[in-house]
Design a protein. Structure first.
Length: 334
């Protein structure tokens, strides 16, 4: 019987046991066996956004863990531009060997394909989900001097004076934009969208009182909530956050089923050996089981997630259906 590659990490030992029980020759691709254990050289993780945002922070957290766990460098490369599409196009053309991975997010994996017919790639056909890494609620915040003390007051004012209330976003088609449009639509409270070129300038104008409200990822606004620079009215997630347990959700307050979050995870090129996908997934889930890693994830306001590739894939399909419907309902064309 063909011997499996040398395996040292816990996940690799589990994989070795599976191979031994089922027959390594039938499970292990010949190319992998000949080239040595995976990974035996640097693994690149491409991200379609600039450094410093939630996705970049999370990509670097998981790459650091994988580097330590698998004894090989996992390096994040930022390729910003075209709403994340530049990075995705690059990875889609890479060999299906597990050495070029994608850290994908809602825009490039779900929203862009709804808005654009020819992206130069197909996120469903060209990639396989590996593991979801983070899921961060959006927080609806208003300036410190805002008259709105709760979500009901803001919505009621928007109903009385259609389009008077303004809401910021990090850009058209972003989760924050579509969450704001969904809130306005579902509560019959028309608001005016004010798009910005990124989360940072949007937050600056909210703090300065130039715009009335903003659905922002919790990571960049948590310190401003605590300092009192902005007031948190509601969360966009299905459940309350353990980090802000006293803040109600939009779903429990006004719109049942309301659920918009920032999320992201690892993807591999289609036809990547399934053993590599399973190995990376197992290692990531080992990270989530560690209290120190959980603490780091939670400091970034993210839920702690343990999931299989199949569960991540099902989640993406549900996200696609939701975004497709809201984009149709609001008539958004990009």
């Amino acid at each position: 019987m063909t011997q499996p590659p040398h395996i040292t990490s816990p996940a690799r030992r589990r994989l070795a046991a599976q191979i031994a029980g089922l027959g390594a020759a039938s499970l292990l691709p010949a190319a992998w066996a000949q080239s040595g254990p995976y990974p035996n050289r640097v693994v690149k993780i491409l991200l379609g956004y600039a450094p410093g945002g939630s996705a970049d922070i999370m990509a670097r957290l998981i790459s650091e863990y994988l580097s330590n766990s698998l004894k090989q460098s996992f390096v994040v490369e930022n390729r910003p531009g075209a709403s994340g599409n530049i990075a995705v196009q690059t990875v889609a053309r890479a060999p299906a060997d597990g050495y070029t991975l994608l850290f994908g997010n809602p825009a490039e994996m779900v929203v862009n394909k709804i808005l654009t017919k020819d992206l130069g790639f197909d996120p469903d056909a060209d990639f396989v989900p590996v593991v979801q890494v983070f899921n961060i609620p959006l927080g609806l915040v208003v300036p410190a001097k805002s008259p709105y003390k709760n979500l009901g007051e803001l919505v009621e004012d928007a109903r009385r004076q259609p389009k008077k209330v303004t809401f910021a976003s990090a850009g058209g088609g972003s989760p924050g934009h579509l969450a704001g449009e969904a809130l306005a639509l579902k509560t019959k409270a028309p608001m005016t969208h004010v798009p910005y070129k990124g989360a940072a300038p949007a937050l600056v104008d909210v703090i300065g009182g130039h715009v009335d409200c903003y659905f922002s990822g919790l990571t960049p606004i948590a310190q401003h909530i605590k300092s009192g620079a902005v007031r948190l009215l509601a969360l966009s997630s299905a459940q309350r956050s353990s980090l802000f347990p006293d803040t109600p959700t939009v779903a429990e307050t006004l719109v049942p089923g309301f659920d918009f979050t920032l999320w992201g995870g690892l993807f591999a090129v289609t036809k990547t050996p399934p053993e590599i996908v399973r190995l990376l997934n197992a290692e990531a889930n080992q990270a989530y089981a560690r209290p120190d890693f959980q603490a780091r994830i939670q400091r970034e306001q993210s839920d702690v997630i343990r999931n299989t590739p199949e569960q991540f894939g099902a989640y993406i399909r549900s996200q696609s259906e939701k975004y497709r419907q809201i984009i149709k309902d609001i008539g958004y064309t990009g």
